[in-house]
Design a protein around this ligand. Sequence first.
Ligand code: CA
Length: 498
Amino acid sequence: MKFLRVNCNKFVIWFFCIMIVNAEAKEELQERPNFIIILADDLGYGDVGYNGSTEIFTPNIDKLAQEGIICSNGYVTHPYCGPSRAGLITGKYQARFGMEVNCSYSPYDLQMGLSLSEKTFATRLKLLDYSTGIIGKWHLGAAKPFHPNNRGFDYFYGFLSGGHCYFPEDVSTIQTLISDDGSINYSGNEGGTLPLLRNDKNVEFSSYLTRSFSKDAVDFIKNNNKPFCLFLSYNAPHGPLEAPNETIKKYAHIKDWNRRVYAAMVDEMDQGIGLIIEALKKEKKYDNTLIIFLSDNGGVAPKDGFANENWASNFPFKHGKGSFYEGGIHVPFIFHWPKMIDSNVYNGLVSSLDIAPTIVSLAGGDLLENEFDGYDIIPHLLNNLPSPHDALFWREAGGLCWAVRTEKYKMLKNKWDAKDFELYNLATHPNESKNIKKTNSDIVKKLALKWNDWNVNNSRTSLLQSYDYQKKRQEMYNNLNEQLKKDASQKSTYKIKF
Ligand code: CA
């Protein structure tokens, strides 16, 4: 009896200990922050109020900026969609695994996607018991192994391709690579009128696409009872330029029609962000949610040969989407977290590469050496410490174009056929207006060595540009069909044996 009582007591003590430990663990679990990464698509640096836009109204983004930390030197790893997303989602330069061009939408191609050797931040957070979701654009592969649900996301609502129509009436289940006139669609955005997906099921959307994504994000926030990470990957304001009439009307002060519609698209995204903030407050999740807002690349602005594509403003920067000049890669970038972050401006170098290690670290994960090219940036932001990045690097197509930036200087070869490269002092000329290469051979050498060192650990390009890919694919089909025609022209030699 005594023995039993002792054991009983032990059991009671053990039970209470477990209860306390569990309560502590639970409390700790509850204290872990939620993450919402809001990624705009092709948003111009100068097209948000907090960066000086007087034409486009972005009160909700501006509020995030005013209350949070504005990264005045925030960069993405590529001047257009797919590779930029690959860098952001892995925390590694995409050149490390050769993904330097956009994925074509190709549901049967097991090569056309984010290399399966790479882990996304969602995979890492899922292991830390986070609920993970992505709403919006994927653009990291359409074949099954690349599907977001197979890359760490519990939940997916959106589309797999690089772009999508905004109105439900334009959706069609019929997709073809060949246009009505027999030409091939080289856009790389094939799949842009397919129905949306909720996880792996086709679903309809009934409102303007940006509104559907915002509404779904609100539901995701409401329905999650454990720490969550939501990647809200708007395709706004990426083309096609489409917006509801009532919102376009707000921008009658903008003369150029394309820019007017683009402004309305930015406006719709900003309204959606307002709804998300409202939902976070209502659900009492606002204080402990880290919101990171940025664009995947610069806005569509004039560049040689594309004078008709000119609806965004990357002011004060040069050029835009597709360019290694500042307009292509220097983006609006904000960290907002009421519980931990006070209003500030951080001037050190910050990269989209920092997002994955930052949220993994905040979720309680370990940052193993050589797993990331980015850093947990929070201590630097909170304490205004110097940037952990000595330099940032860019590369396209194995090095035909490249750029390197340190705190002060930037050196780049922006075009494949450029005869020479350029050097700028961004401290004095942030708009890259004065090339100082000729008079600064020591700086040229220093930056070249840095880039060469960085490039040692990169892979060769593993994907074809969309145009080349479609061309090769058609050649492949043509060859196959020629062979089949040849085979069909042969007489059949089959005989029934009896
Ligand atoms: Ca983009």
